[in-house]
Design a protein around this ligand. Structure first.
Ligand code: AMP
Length: 570
């Protein structure tokens, strides 16, 4: 692939955006591009304007897409004049790159250890995401740290269910198994329903995932009354968000293998700390022992706290980025005497195990998906009726945190929550759209008069709370029944919000599949995101149903002679 890139005029130091569907081709394209240029994999779910932002911010020299894939990234690249390269998969699985040759300005051949292999964006606390460059040295150090910690060897195969535009997937699920000489089976998309089949077919020895995926797997197995006690798994790894101890216990009971919780971060090329494998001790609720970089706990002034005290977690080591790209302000804030401040709060117990106790940064962690609340504020503020908007985290049983927003309207304006959610959903991908948008007359402030996002969920509890009201129509009853089955929640009211009751995108797909089957209707994937309450969803379903009836009648009339038509309409 390096030769092919060089022939197209791309070389070392050139940032190449990669927008490919999940799967082995993306894993190979990442490895190939990183060997001879800098890979920048982007979330294929982004909208065109997001692609335009990332391509522009990266100053991408090229964009790689799958031949035939109609991704909106193509239009974004065309508008910026970023050359397009298509990835062609031949019948024997070989990969070829096809595109117009550019004027070559870079160095040919394989990259060196100190050159940047990968660039990922973090959702910063400001609206502009920060660009994290990671060198080959950073990535290889991290991959070897993970392989050592998990005692990986050439006999191990990972089952990769993590997206390969996220550091967790790229380093823990692709580079670490390869660093140990083992293999990785890259799935097309995470699907709890297919998980038991993958275990049987591919006989992996481990997998790594975020807690919501583990929960979805457990829920599926429970629903099917299946156990996976005799699988080939040697252990299960969890990272990127806090793993509730009860989920850890259920996983260990179901699979009869140890569950290893680790702490990772893009800036650390993923792994910072990890629980060890048995016979060493795993501590539920802890992210384990430092597993690669040095870990320190700092006070506000940047000094070390006394043993056992809580403070900001700071890291340093060969896996840690040298600094954000082109962002001296962020670097000045984040780096302190060679230590990178993570923005996470925590403490080390007497055995040296790290516990994460909170977060200083504003970032919201929606089931491992990191969101910048200011980006959401800015979108809501473009609504002509909105005067003030503040996005904030609310506790969620399976995601850990979900996203809500409080909005103050301009005087004399009137607007509903459903309208505002629809507006946000038209401008943001579903995973960045708030599950609840409460309309208030004033947003509570902290003692200094500043709006404090952290703690807003508690202060706005009264607005977030929904009083129970029984379903009022047969369609509402049908939706309520499906919500309560999928969410395992006996009392669902007509104004309850699917996401606030514990729903997430995986469960939304399940609910949609059930509704679609029982109504014999094809339903759009985002329907529950747009209409998350039984009352709003039921009215939308009734509208679709009557539209279908009108269409069906028009088709029947079309096929009739004028006399038959007149007779029927009489
Ligand atoms: P990312 O850069 O997307 O990998 O996100 C890094 C952030 O995820 C960290 O700074 C933490 O806030 C959070 N995180 C990662 N692993 C864990 C964990 N095991 N428990 C709690 N939070 C975690």
């Amino acid at each position: 692939m390096v030769d092919q890139l060089n022939r197209l005029g791309i070389g070392r130091g050139d940032k190449v955006a990669v927008v490919l569907p999940q799967g082995p081709e993306l894993a190979v394209a990442f490895l190939g591009v990183a060997c001879g240029a800098t890979a920048a994999p982007l979330n294929p779910a982004y909208l065109e304007k997001e692609f335009a932002f990332y391509l522009g911010d990266l100053e991408a020299r090229a964009l790689i897409v799958m031949a035939g894939d109609a991704t909106p990234a193509r239009a974004a690249a065309a508008s910026l004049g970023v050359p397009l390269i298509e990835l062609i998969v031949s019948s024997d699985g070989g990969l070829d790159l096809s595109g117009a040759t550019q004027v070559f300005v870079s160095q040919l051949g394989m990259a060196m250890a100190d050159e940047v292999a990968l660039v990922l964006h973090t959702s910063g606390t400001t609206s502009r995401p920060k660009m994290v460059p990671l060198t080959h040295g950073n990535l290889c150090t991290s991959a070897c740290n993970i392989a050592r910690n998990l005692d990986l060897s050439e006999r191990d195969t990972c089952l990769n269910v993590m997206p390969l535009f996220h550091i967790h997937g790229l380093v823990a699920c692709v580079l670490a198994p390869l660093a140990a000489g083992g293999g990785t089976f890259c799935t097309r998309a995470f699907d709890a329903g297919q998980f038991p089949g993958w275990l049987e077919a591919w006989k992996p020895t481990w997998y790594s995932a975020v807690p919501t995926m583990h929960q979805a797997i457990l829920a599926h197995l429970q629903e099917q009354s299946r156990t996976c006690a005799g699988s080939t798994l040697r252990f299960i790894r969890s990272s990127s968000a806090a793993l509730p101890p009860s989920v850890m216990e259920d996983l260990e009971k179901t699979f009869r293998v140890p569950v290893i919780e680790s702490y990772g971060m893009t800036e650390a090329a993923h792994q910072i700390a990890s629980n060890p494998l048995p016979p060493r001790v795993r501590k539920p609720g802890s992210v384990g022992l430092p597993a690669g970089p040095g870990v320190a706990i700092l006070d506000e002034a940047g000094g070390f706290v006394h043993a056992g005290a809580a403070g900001e977690i700071a890291i340093r080591g060969a896996n840690v980025t040298l600094g954000y790209h082109g962002n001296s302000e962020a670097n000045a804030q984040a780096f302190h005497r060679g230590w990178l401040r993570t923005g996470d709060q925590g403490y080390l117990d007497p055995d040296g195990y790290l516990f994460i106790s909170g977060r200083l940064k504003e970032q919201i962690n929606r089931g491992g998906e990191k969101l910048s609340p200011r980006e959401i504020d800015e979108v809501l503020l473009t609504h002509p009726m909105v005067r003030q908007a503040v996005a904030f985290a609310v506790p969620h049983p399976s995601l850990g945190e979900d996203l809500a927003a409080a909005v103050v309207l301009h005087a004399g304006m009137d607007c509903t929550e459903v309208e505002l959610r629809g507006f946000a959903l038209d401008r943001l991908p579903a995973f960045k759209t708030p599950s609840r948008i409460v309309i208030v007359t004033d947003i509570p402030r902290g003692p200094t008069g500043k709006i404090q996002r952290i703690g807003l969920a508690g202060k706005l509890k009264g607005f977030l709370q929904i009083d129970y009201e029984a379903p009022a129509t047969p369609m509402e009853k049908r939706v309520v029944d499906v919500f309560s089955e999928v969410l395992g929640c006996p009392m669902v009211g007509r104004h309850d919000n699917f996401f606030m009751l514990g729903g997430d995108s995986l469960r939304a797909m399940q609910a949609l599949a059930r509704l679609s089957q029982s109504l014999s209707m094809e339903l759009a994937a985002l329907l529950i995101f747009r209409w998350p309450t039984p009352s709003s969803l039921a009215s939308e379903l009734e509208r679709i149903q009557s539209e279908m009836e009108v269409d069906a009648l028009a088709k029947i009339l079309e096929g009739l002679s004028p006399e038959e038509r007149a007779k029927l309409l009489d």
